[in-house]
Design a protein around this ligand. Structure first.
Ligand code: GLU
Length: 472
């Protein structure tokens, strides 16, 4: 049997990590088994359809490298097929035109509530339904059955006959419901594994009933636990700040980092390993190692994983990726200079959009007001005990020493360390003062490299300017 999985999103808005993780798990199951992965756009709910999201889904998956072997197929282009299968059910006496108005259905529901009974459509089947010619919804005539089935993630499951009820197959607008269309499609597309979110689990008994009525063997069913919001209490949703997946692209996250992060949202390989390459995931991923409870979405962890993948990048590749993320002031800068700057910050870069904040002082003069504010109120506690005259003295000593330097990183380092001894100062004082003078920033890449890349002229000029500012 060829393993064939699918991702079947409804185009109702942008994709966020929840949807993408479902796609990734389905893709990994297929690739692990050397099988096929199919993309199917479930666009039959015309009222919720968002035009842009079709393209968004395709772009998101393509950015992440979750490539489909077939598709995208669109359900809205397959209406004849659903009608054909619906007519089979009509012919077999397993579907009927639903003549009730929404108000009448509401009445039934309220009556059940008043009688403290669960509401079941099948208790209100019309005695003599009109012939179905479209126009009216077509409803499935279920046969209440108790089920036991195997879920590839959750294991043995069961449900009583009360969970099986009549449901709509084709709506009055002629479009099929998800409940019907996905079963027909999964069958016609020879899907071997249906891998989907937990929200569909309560509907499985009625799906099983429909498979039976259609004479279709049902595929392997796998239920993925929710991705939970950061508080771990609620399913992650757009309302709770789940971001458009392409925002991560815009902010300079690496696709391989997102893949590794998403794969471990609710899955592990049985070891402590936390970061995986795509190839490792393909060889290791198994549905029976997907956890049963919700997986908490932790943005800090994503940052950590992304930082890891950034550090792993060969500098040349990272430089290509950084295109478009530099501060505006870097526009005319020399590429050799930018490469040197990038290598310096690579160690601490968490995502590429941090580049302007971390590197702008390499391309433009730091703001004199920022420098003054930092000296007035230094983050480095030890600096607080020095008055302006003492700071000025320190910087003058630095200037005198660096004036004779060849400005290699090693020479700068040895000179400043020597000075540290000579002045009986501390890194938290001497180096902090130099950093403020030269960068005007609270934090910077390591100091000696920063000075070397910046070059002798710029570094000394800035130290001089800081001395002047402290004298003023
Ligand atoms: N269209 C459904 C959704 O977007 C797909 C569920 C499934 O994978 O069957 O949630």
């Amino acid at each position: 049997m060829t393993v064939r999985t699918r991702f079947a999103p409804s185009p109702t808005g942008f994709m966020h990590v929840g949807g993408v993780r479902t796609a990734l798990f389905a893709w990994l199951v297929a690739k692990h088994a050397d099988g096929e992965f199919i993309l199917r756009i479930e666009d039959t709910d015309r009222s919720r359809h968002v035009e842009e999201s079709d393209r968004h889904i395709i772009e998101s998956l393509s950015w992440l490298g979750i490539t489909a072997d077939e598709g995208p197929a669109r359900q809205s282009e397959r209406l004849d097929m659903y009608k054909e299968w619906a007519n089979k059910l009509v012919a077999a006496g397993r579907a009927y035109a639903d003549p009730y108005s929404p108000e009448e259905l509401d009445g039934f529901r309220q009556a059940a509530q008043a009688a403290k009974k669960p509401f079941l459509f099948r208790e209100h089947r019309p005695a003599d339904p009109p012939q179905w010619k479209g126009g009216l919804p077509l409803r499935f005539k279920s046969e209440p059955t108790a089920y036991e089935w195997q879920d590839a993630v959750l294991g043995e499951l069961s449900a009583g006959p009360e969970t099986v009820d009549d449901f709509i197959l084709i709506k009055s607008d002629g479009y099929p419901t998800y409940n019907f269309a996905h079963i027909v499609d999964d069958h016609l597309m020879s899907i071997s594994h249906v891998i989907r979110s937990q929200e569909f689990l309560p509907s499985v008994p009625k799906f099983l009933n429909l498979y039976e009525a259609l004479g279709i063997d049902f595929p392997v069913l796998a239920t993925l636990p929710y991705v939970m919001g950061p508080d771990g209490k609620k399913k992650l949703s757009k309302r709770d700040g789940a971001k458009d997946i392409l925002d991560y692209k815009r902010e300079g996250y690496l696709p391989e980092a997102l893949i590794s992060f998403l794969a471990t949202l609710g899955w592990n390989d049985g070891t402590e390993q936390e970061i995986f390459t795509v190839d490792e995931l393909i060889s290791k991923f198994r549905l029976d190692r997907v956890q049963h409870s919700g997986a908490k979405f932790d943005e800090q962890r994503l940052l950590w994983v992304n930082g890891h993948f950034i550090r792993q990048k060969p500098p040349g590749e990272l430089y290509e990726l950084a295109d478009g993320f530099w501060p505006a002031s870097a526009m005319d800068a020399d590429s050799g200079y930018k490469k040197a700057v990038l290598e310096l910050v690579q160690e601490r870069l968490k995502y590429l959009n941090e580049l302007p904040g971390l590197t702008s002082f390499f391309f433009e003069e730091p703001n004199a007001r920022d420098i003054k504010a930092l000296f007035d109120n230094p983050v480095d506690k030890q600096l607080k005990n020095l008055d302006k005259a003492q700071l000025k003295q320190l910087l003058e000593a630095v200037k005198d020493s660096l004036e004779h330097s060849d400005f290699s990183q090693a020479d700068i380092e040895s000179r400043l360390n020597e000075l540290l001894q000579k002045l009986n100062s501390k890194p938290g004082i001497l180096f902090a003062a130099v950093r403020i003078a030269v960068t005007g920033a609270k934090a910077s890449p390591q100091l000696f490299g920063t000075l070397a890349v910046l070059d002798k002229a710029k570094s000394l000029l800035r130290i001089n300017q800081a001395i002047d500012a402290l004298a003023a």
